[in-house]
Design a protein around this ligand. Structure first.
Ligand SMILES: Cc1cc2nc3c(=O)[nH]c(=O)nc-3n(C[C@H](O)[C@H](O)[C@H](O)COP(=O)(O)OP(=O)(O)OC[C@H]3O[C@@H](n4cnc5c(N)ncnc54)[C@H](O)[C@@H]3O)c2cc1C
Length: 341
C-alpha cells in the first residue's frame, strides 16, 4: 500500500471513496502513475460490502489473529483499531476518515503511531503535487490551509461538505484479508453513552450566563430566574461546567458554544478571552463586583455590584415593567373597543 490513499469508511460512505478517487487523479504524475485507492474494513465494525460502495481499487478486510475476536466500534475499540491500522498501512500517502467522533479519535491515534500529520474536519486539495488540508478557524471567520511536514497525512473529511457522488462506480475491487495481532485495550473499563440535554445556545437570541464568581452551584437558581424574566436561555463560563454545576452544553467559549445574540448578561464572569472570543452580542450588560473586570470593556451598560443582590432586583424590575406594560396594553385595548362601540 506504499503511496496509497487509504480510506476507512465508518459504513456505507461513497463520498469518502469518491474524494479519494478525485485526489488520486489529481496526484497522477506526468508518467501516468497515480496512488491506488484502498478501503479498509475492520472485522465486526463495518461490513466489507458496504465499505466497497464507491469501488476502491482494493478492499482490505482486517481480521484479528485466528479469527478469535472481532474489533469493537466506538471509544472502547479505537486504540485496538489504530494499532491494527498502523500494522496494515504500509507507508500510505494519506489516510482519509469520516469526520465523526470515532473518525477523529482513530485519526489522532493512528497519526501518532505512524508519526504522520493529523488534521480533523477538513477538505483536501492538491497543489504542486502536495496535499493541503483546508479548514475553518476562529469560529468560521477565517479559512486556514495547512501543509504536512511529513507523511502520512491522516485526516478526517467533512463528508457533508463533499456531498453525495452522482453515480458511484460499480466495478468490483481486488479483495484481500489481512490478519493482525493486536491486544485489546484494557484502559477502558466502563463505557456509557448518554444524551446531553440540548436547547441549543447557538440558536438563542438572549442569554443570561453565570460564572465562577457565583461561588457555588446554587447560585445558578438566580441566573435561571433572571433568564426567565428576560425570556432568555441560561449559559455559563467554563469553570461552572468543569465543576459540574451545569451541563457542558451550557458552556460558552472557544471550547464551548459560540453565541450570536441580541442580549447577553454575563453575571460574575470576568470576561477572559477564551470566553469572549465566542461571544457576539448586540447588547452586553454584565453584573460584576469588580469595576476593573475585563468584562466591562465589552459592556454597553453594566452593573458594578453583587450578583446575589442585583440579579433578583433586576428580575423583579423586569417583571414589574412587563406586567405594567401588559396592563397598559389591555387598557389601551379596552379604550379602543370603547371607541369602536
Ligand atoms: C485551552 C483553554 C480553553 C478554555 N475555554 C474556555 C471556554 O470555552 N469558556 C470559558 O468561559 N472559559 C474557558 N477557559 C477558561 C478561561 O481562561 C477562564 O478561566 C474562565 O473563562 C473564567 O471563568 P469566570 O469568568 O467564570 O471566572 P473568573 O475569571 O474567576 O471570574 C469570576 C468573576 O466573578 C466576579 N465576582 C465574584 N463574586 C461576585 C459576585 N458575588 N457578584 C458579581 N461578580 C462577582 C469576579 O470579580 C470575577 O470577575 C479556557 C481556558 C483554556 C486554557
Amino acid at each position: 500500500m506504499t503511496g496509497a490513499l487509504l480510506t476507512v469508511p465508518g459504513g456505507e460512505n461513497p463520498a469518502l471513496l469518491d474524494e479519494a478517487h478525485r485526489l488520486a487523479e489529481e496526484l497522477t504524475t506526468s508518467d501516468g502513475e497515480s496512488p491506488s485507492v484502498v478501503a479498509v474494513a475492520f472485522d465486526g465494525v463495518v461490513d466489507p460490502e458496504s465499505a466497497a460502495v464507491g469501488t476502491p481499487d482494493e478492499l482490505v478486510h482486517v481480521v484479528r489473529e485466528n479469527g478469535s475476536e472481532t474489533f469493537a466500534a466506538g471509544a472502547a475499540g479505537v486504540r485496538t483499531r489504530a494499532a491494527a491500522l498502523a500494522q496494515v498501512a504500509e507507508d500510505p500517502r494519506a489516510i482519509l476518515l469520516p469526520d465523526t467522533a470515532d473518525g477523529a479519535d482513530l485519526a489522532a491515534l493512528t497519526a501518532r503511531r505512524l508519526r504522520g500529520g493529523c488534521v480533523t474536519d477538513c477538505l483536501l486539495r492538491v497543489r504542486d503535487g502536495d496535499l493541503l488540508a483546508g479548514r475553518q478557524v476562529y469560529g468560521g471567520r477565517a479559512y486556514a490551509e495547512l501543509s504536512f511536514e511529513r507523511g502520512p497525512s491522516v485526516v478526517t473529511l467533512n463528508t457533508e461538505a463533499l456531498g453525495t457522488p452522482d453515480e458511484p462506480p460499480a466495478d468490483s475491487p481486488d479483495e484481500r484479508t489481512v490478519e493482525v495481532s493486536v491486544a485489546d485495550d484494557d484502559r477502558v473499563r466502563h463505557l456509557e453513552t448518554f444524551d446531553v440535554p440540548e436547547d441549543d445556545l447557538a440558536k438563542a437570541r438572549r442569554i443570561v450566563a453565570g460564572g465562577q464568581g457565583l461561588g457555588n452551584p446554587d447560585g445558578f437558581s438566580l441566573i435561571e430566574d433572571l433568564a426567565d424574566a428576560f425570556g432568555a436561555a441560561v449559559g455559563s463560563s467554563r469553570p461552572p461546567a468543569d465543576d459540574g454545576w451545569v451541563p457542558y452544553d451550557r458552556q460558552i467559549g472557544v471550547t464551548g458554544k459560540e453565541i450570536d445574540v441580541e442580549l447577553y448578561v454575563p453575571s460574575a464572569i470576568s470576561g477572559d478571552s477564551y470566553h469572549m472570543r465566542s461571544v457576539n452580542a448586540e447588547y452586553l450588560v454584565p453584573i460584576n463586583t469588580d469595576p476593573d473586570a475585563r468584562i466591562f470593556t465589552f459592556a454597553d451598560i453594566g452593573i458594578v455590584g453583587d450578583v446575589y443582590e442585583y440579579a433578583p432586583a433586576l428580575a423583579e424590575a423586569i417583571r414589574e415593567a412587563t406586567d405594567s406594560q401588559g396592563a397598559e396594553e389591555t387598557t389601551d385595548g379596552d379604550e379602543a373597543e370603547e371607541v369602536a362601540e
